[in-house]
Design a protein. Structure first.
Length: 544
């Protein structure tokens, strides 16, 4: 045998040692084969064919894009390959030499976008944001990265929320020690009534006030779930005050103390196994106010937990099926619709699209009434009022959020006609039931009108963008006209949101307004300015 071949052969284990998975001394014959009295053979000089390296996800996506473009080109009847190639779902963003983001279109029948995983492990499938991040990889590293901005107005770290589930240190705490004194508790109650309850209507003030002050004056006289509600009210009122003094360190200390009180009360009430109406009301208040103090995924996760807890006591089923009294029916409806519809709104903070889930729910919408229109002694259901009521703001938000998921589905499955019809019907419904009775000189009514305009404006931008993406455009002039109109709509909605935040008349609700960050509008405007630096009439966008 050739010396070169033998040198190659003895560098490898013999066939027997390789099969038996033992160490070979690579002699010829090897010592183990000699000991066993078997023929020692080595592999031939021909090298074993190596497997090709596995393709990365990026390479697979790139190859799929090339195939899709090739197929689209073959089936196109356009004048040129560039005009005829539809944009794939994986790269729907416009280039600087093409139309703006809103005009890009996807082939019919294609599956919806699957979203992306960014560097910190977060999942994002909001169509616009995920596509921007998919094209601009550098932005992904910024997602989840700690901020280094020394000029940020809030210097305090976000509140941690793990104690709501498990915290061994809570057991050694005294619930009474976490309560404020009676005078401070009274002031917090008044703050809650004037600044939180009008925009977060999940309780019935006339019946709740008795239990709350009973818990303030005689803590042992009330059940643990009432203490959950008590500390949630303290937490909500302090959050509202924090929006006035974001640098006030004592308010942050108080906020953490009331959060611990809520967590301890939840522990005593055994919330996870035995949720009740008061403890779920506490969760609804806490989670909404928490968004001002912590915009992380923990609040979104806890919202899902609260929805499951609500299901476990049948909150998703209307109370009339169980022959409950009118007041309890109303409270269950208020609470269920708050938990259910704000879930999708909170998901938007994290670039997640929440799929529609029916939950077997048949709960009616709350009735448009004041708290005084229903009581514990009521025998007949209250009749909806044709005027502005204490429930009007919450109903406006509920109606808009309730429409959002069907709107997303309509823009994905049709060519947009049904989506535009949904928005038209919503605007008509809101005007006839609530907005026509509003007085812009009254803070809560002014807040309602402006919030409705911002949220509907966002829905219109989203719908128009999806329609243009699906339909494409016939010419560059149509591209520019449609893009300019869409940009103007986005700018108007964003400016209205900024106006609402800076309006001194609405200062009492600024804690809530600051949680209405319009990520979709802002992303679209910034991306439009980036993609189309030379587009005319973009001064308004830069101003916004």
């Amino acid at each position: 045998m050739d010396d070169q071949i033998r040198r190659y052969n003895v560098e490898r284990s013999c066939l027997r040692c390789h099969e038996r998975k033992v160490r070979c001394d690579k002699a010829s014959p090897c010592s183990k084969c000699v000991r066993l009295g078997i023929v020692c053979q080595y592999p031939g000089p021909r090298r074993v064919k190596r497997r090709p390296p596995k393709a990365t996800v990026t390479e697979v996506v790139t190859r799929l894009e090339q195939l899709e473009r090739s197929i689209a080109t073959l089936g196109s009847s356009g004048p040129s390959q560039r005009d005829a190639s539809p944009t794939t779902e994986s790269r729907p963003l416009a280039s600087k030499n093409n139309s703006a983001l809103s005009i890009r279109r996807a082939p019919e029948g294609r599956p919806s976008h699957h979203g992306i995983l960014v560097n910190d492990g977060s999942y994002i499938d909001e169509p616009l944001l995920s596509r921007v991040l998919e094209k601009e990889k550098e932005l992904q590293s910024a997602i989840g990265s700690p901020s280094t901005d020394k000029t940020a107005p809030r210097k305090f770290p976000p509140l941690k929320v793990d104690g709501i589930i498990t915290n061994p240190h809570l057991i050694n705490m005294d619930l009474k020690a976490l309560q404020p004194d009676q005078w401070q508790a009274t002031m917090l109650w008044h703050t809650f009534v004037s600044r939180v309850d009008p925009v977060l209507k999940v309780i019935h003030l006339p019946t709740t006030v008795t239990r709350i002050f009973g818990a303030i004056n005689r803590p042992e006289s009330q059940k643990s779930d009432v203490h959950c509600l008590l500390f949630a009210i303290f937490f909500g009122a302090t959050t509202a005050r924090c929006s006035d003094e974001p640098e006030n360190e004592q308010l942050r200390v108080d906020l953490r103390r009331y959060q611990q009180g809520l967590e301890l009360a939840m522990h005593h009430s055994n919330f996870l196994d035995y949720p009740t109406l008061p403890s779920l009301q506490a969760m609804a208040i806490y989670l909404t106010c928490l968004r001002y103090n912590n915009s992380g995924r923990s609040g979104f996760t806890l919202r899902g937990l609260a929805i499951r807890a609500a299901q476990s006591i049948g909150l998703h089923r209307d109370g009339k099926h169980f022959k409950l009294n009118p007041l309890e029916c109303e409270l269950r409806r208020r609470l269920w619709w708050n938990l259910y519809t704000t879930d999708a709104r909170m998901a938007e903070d994290h670039g997640i699209t929440v799929a529609e889930q029916e939950f077997g729910a048949d709960a009616d919408l709350p009735t448009n009434i004041d708290d005084l229109n229903v009581s514990e002694s009521s025998q007949e259901p209250p009749q909806p009022q044709s005027r502005w009521t204490e429930m009007s703001f919450s109903l406006i938000i509920t109606e808009i959020n309730k429409m959002w998921i069907p709107l997303m589905r309509a823009t994905s499955e049709t060519r947009g006609a049904s989506a535009e019809q949904l928005i038209k019907e919503l605007k008509t419904n809101l005007h006839e039931r609530y907005l026509q009775y509003s007085d812009m000189d009254i803070p809560i009514q002014r807040q309602s009108v402006m919030v409705a305009q911002v949220l509907i404006g966002k829905a219109e931008v989203h719908t128009r963008q999806k329609i243009l993406q699906m339909q494409g455009a016939a010419s560059s002039s149509v591209d520019q006209a449609a893009t300019a109109e869409l940009l103007e709509m986005a700018v108007n909605a964003l400016e209205l949101g900024l106006e609402m935040y800076t309006d001194e008349l609405l200062r009492g609700f600024r804690w809530l307004t600051s949680t209405y960050t319009q990520f979709h509008l802002l992303t679209y405007i910034l991306w439009h300015l980036y993609e189309d630096e030379g587009v005319e009439d973009s001064s308004g966008a830069w101003g916004a």
